[in-house]
Write a protein that binds this ligand. Structure first.
Ligand code: BGC
Length: 826
């Protein structure tokens, strides 16, 4: 199979059943409201194909019995399949991709137009050759509509043919092998009907969350060059309904079946009842061509705001991969999501892995959105705000104050991390303790502040952001304990982003798990505590007073936050290596070379070692960037300041040594790891950074983890690679009401052009190795502040600003000078 990589179209030019699930995930079409995998419409769930459709935020809980325990999981429900469409010649058999001889095959995801296209030439057992030409869309213009068009051209036969078009409610959640022992029947089918001859109707309800879903599908058959006289017959079973449309086919004359589908659910705004609305929406929907025209306009507008151009170089492949990433991020969260109560799930609405849950991955996703479609970030942050009461309850239940958001979030903000998870390597169900990743609470606060820096949206801060931020600070202050012996605050029993270390060696992770003083967590908390006063200062004084009053926030409590911000403990070892957590240095070194030889792939060391009756907890081995996340989130200068404030010596030399130390001890078991490492190395080791960048670009497209992408794309890695180009390579940093630039383009990229939105201005940024040009396109806002390596400019709406970039050797001299003057000042 070869993947043709032209700037805007991802093409597969052969059919490979073994890669079909991967292609289904990568060819998913969605609009932020719902998404449908790119499965062949003539197939059902059969081990090769998995036609899933998912509603954004469409969750349901079921209880299963696992290893003698009852466990409840909240899943992203696989909705009835609206795709079924096939044909047969005479009385059959029905066309099925796996049961014909394929003469040629091509499947393309057209990113610019948001279309999935499939062209197949196939010969049946009787030697009859047929061309199948398919177009599909999930409308970005009208969120409740999708459409599928299949044109059949008989090449060497004529006579009676039939189309079969259906709505299939016999689906279950069966997309992830690891979950197959768990309960999976989420839907009650309430109604199956047909409206007139050409329209089918299905109404279903999720059996716990009681979301009612309604689909209405109209299938029309026509031929441009002949009269087909279609005759309809409707059939049904207890969970499915379908139509057989019979017509006359003529050799060489293309016949088209066009299926338009409307989907509503009982949580939609401005509806009387989902079923009624599905019928009404379908009744007013145009044909495929009309839907496509509106859909393409909507996509064009999104691309105008969100594209990245890597011009003047041999970057077509990289550009295409970035566009695939932009495309899938926008299908997961789009302007249609703004009105919904949804977060952005780690695996898109593209499959069932991680059950559609929302994690800290937002940290990697929001910068892309905030600088392009900031109203979207605002909406996604409000998903968190609506769950603030639940986060406060969760903190209280654990004996803490403030708000403790869950590691995995779904419908109502309860902790959704599974209690037990299956290790496919050993076949054992083990306790899942990853909920101890309290650092999610630092990520949410960080995201709030970054959003504010990008937008200056103090109304958001006033109405929602500040309260969340301060409740999170309160949580951290209550979980932190004071150690008088060292005069430091400590945070115990948590986990860092590295999910391998759930507890100290030999300790039962479920009973007294967690590790102490995770450096990433503690530094984030130190930063967060030091920002609390800035948050209060950023909102109008009267509102700040009201908020303090409502929260019962006393000057003493704020004073304590200040103290914590200066006295959090960060463990070190080996003279300047930040210990990932307290006692990390006592762990054993891991035999990386030996294990790389023993296993093809050691990304999931935790599973490998558990299957060997060993435990990854014993080793200096991390799943993903943990300490190095700090170098990803903060600029070097910011970090030096944070450490200085904490009273720990930390400078450029420490930074370099820490990067090397942890790079050598990380298995990259999460796709997020590549983003962080590419970023961290971007200035110090460009070739290695480029390798991580390219590897992360391939995470999903090449399914580098060997089987995870078919279960859903990795939204964090996708958005993270876009952000690497837009913020890391262009060197953007939003700090102190200023948009700082410090470009460091990899040698491979000659020029980057992006359109960014910053504080109500639209900026066209054009950067190469010599110059940086920023053109403000908006005429409706006040000036913003820009800076390039300490040179500040005000940019009024409509103005253009140019900087000549210093060369790498000048940069080095510049940095040395800055360091010397810093040392002299000390
Ligand atoms: C990673 C987490 C991430 C989650 C969802 C896990 O494998 O370790 O950091 O949040 O996947 O993407």
């Amino acid at each position: 199979m070869s993947e043709e990589t032209l700037g805007w179209v991802l093409t597969y030019d052969s059919y490979d059943p073994d890669r079909e699930a991967l292609h289904e995930a990568l060819c998913t079409l969605g609009n932020g409201y719902f998404a449908t995998r790119g499965a062949s419409p003539d197939t059902a769930d059969d081990g090769t194909h998995y036609p899933g459709t998912y509603l954004a935020g469409g969750y349901n809980r079921l209880t299963s019995e696992v290893s003698g325990r009852k466990v409840e999981n909240e899943d992203l429900v696989n909705l009835p399949n609206w795709l079924p469409l096939s044909f047969c010649i005479g009385e059959g058999p029905w066309f099925h991709i796996d049961e014909v001889e394929i003469l040629s095959y091509s499947q393309s995801l057209d990113l610019k137009r948001g279309l999935l296209l499939r062209e197949i030439r196939a010969r049946d057992a009787e030697g009859r050759i047929t061309r199948w030409s398919e177009k599909r869309l999930v409308s970005m213009a009208e969120r409740h509509l999708a459409a599928l068009s299949v044109t059949i051209t008989p090449e060497n036969w004529s006579g009676k043919m039939q189309f079969r078009s259906g709505l299939d409610g016999s689906v279950s959640n069966n997309g992830v092998a690891r979950y197959r022992q768990l309960a999976s029947q989420h839907l009650d089918i309430l109604e199956l009907d047909h409206l007139g001859a050409d329209t089918l109707y299905l109404r279903a309800r999720t059996n716990q969350s009681r979301i009612e879903l309604a689909m209405a599908a109209r299938t029309l058959v026509h031929c441009e060059v002949c009269d087909v006289h279609p005759e309809y017959e409707t059939h049904g079973s207890d969970r499915r309904i379908w139509q057989i449309v019979t017509c006359e086919a003529r050799e060489g004359a293309p016949i088209t079946a066009e299926k338009v589908v409307a989907l509503h659910n009982s949580r939609d705004w401005a509806i009387a009842e989902a079923g009624l609305e599905a019928k009404r929406t379908l009744g007013h929907a145009g044909d495929f061509a009309q839907l496509q025209a509106a859909h393409e306009i909507a996509w064009r507008h999104l691309w105008e705001d969100c594209d990245i151009e890597l011009t003047d170089g041999d970057m077509a492949v990289t550009e295409l991969k970035l566009r695939v990433h932009i495309f899938h991020c926008l299908q997961t969260a789009s302007p249609h999501s703004i009105d919904l109560d949804v977060g952005i799930p780690a695996r898109g609405w593209h499959g069932e892995a991680y059950r559609g849950h929302i994690f800290w991955d937002e940290l990697f996703i929001f910068p892309f959105l905030s600088l392009r479609l900031p109203t979207l970030t605002r909406a996604l942050l409000r998903y968190r705000y609506r769950r603030l009461p639940e986060a406060k309850r969760a903190a209280r239940e654990e004996g803490f104050e403030g708000a403790m958001f869950p590691w995995q979030s779904g419908s109502n903000g309860r902790e959704e991390t599974q209690k037990l998870h299956l290790n496919p390597e050993s076949g054992r169900w083990n306790p899942d303790n990853t909920h101890r990743q309290r650092h999610i609470n630092a990520a949410i606060a960080f995201n709030i502040w970054q959003y504010y820096e990008a937008t200056d949206d103090y109304e958001f801060l006033t109405s929602f952001g500040a309260e969340m931020f301060l409740e999170i600070a309160r949580f951290w202050a209550s979980i932190a304990t004071y150690n008088a012996e060292i005069d430091r605050y400590e945070i115990k029993g948590v986990m860092g982003p590295d999910e391998y270390h759930t507890a100290y060696p030999g300790i039962d992770a479920s009973a007294e798990g967690g590790i102490d003083n995770n450096a990433y967590t503690n530094v984030m908390v130190a930063w967060l505590m030091s920002r609390t006063e800035d948050v209060l200062d950023a909102i109008p004084t009267a509102q700040a007073q009201r908020l303090c009053e409502t929260m019962g926030l006393s000057p003493e409590e704020r004073e304590r936050w200040y103290e914590i911000s200066r006295k959090l403990r960060v463990p070190f070892h080996d003279d300047g290596i930040i210990s990932q957590f307290e006692g990390y240095d006592d762990l054993e070194e891991f035999d990386w070379d030996g294990y790389r030889e023993k296993y093809d792939d050691i990304q999931r060391l935790d599973r490998i070692l558990e299957a060997e009756d060993d435990a990854v907890n014993r080793y200096k081995a991390s799943k993903q960037a943990d300490v190095l996340m700090l170098f990803y989130l903060f600029t070097a200068d910011e970090l030096y300041q944070i450490f200085e404030r904490l009273g720990y010596p930390f400078g450029p030399e420490h930074l370099r040594r820490n990067v090397e130390y942890y790079m050598a001890r990380t298995s990259h078991g999460s796709t997020l790891s590549g983003v962080a490492h590419a970023w961290v190395l971007a200035r110090s080791d460009r070739p290695r950074s480029w390798k991580h960048f390219q590897h992360t670009l391939d995470s999903d497209i090449a399914d580098v983890q060997g089987g995870t992408t078919p279960e859903g794309i990795h939204t964090g890695a996708m958005a993270g690679t876009i952000d690497l180009v837009q913020r890391c390579f262009v060197g953007i940093d939003m700090r102190g009401n200023t948009l700082h630039f410090d470009p460091a383009l990899p040698d491979e990229i000659k020029r980057i052009r992006v359109r960014l939105r910053y504080r109500r201005q639209v900026l066209d940024v054009d950067v190469n190795h010599d110059s940086l040009v920023i053109e403000s396109r908006s005429y409706s806002a006040s000036s913003i502040k820009l800076a390039y390596r300490g040179h500040y400019r005000d940019l009024a709406p409509g103005e253009t600003c140019r900087f000549r970039l210093i060369k790498p050797d000048e940069r080095l001299r510049d940095e040395n000078r800055a360091r010397e003057s810093r040392n002299a000042a000390e």
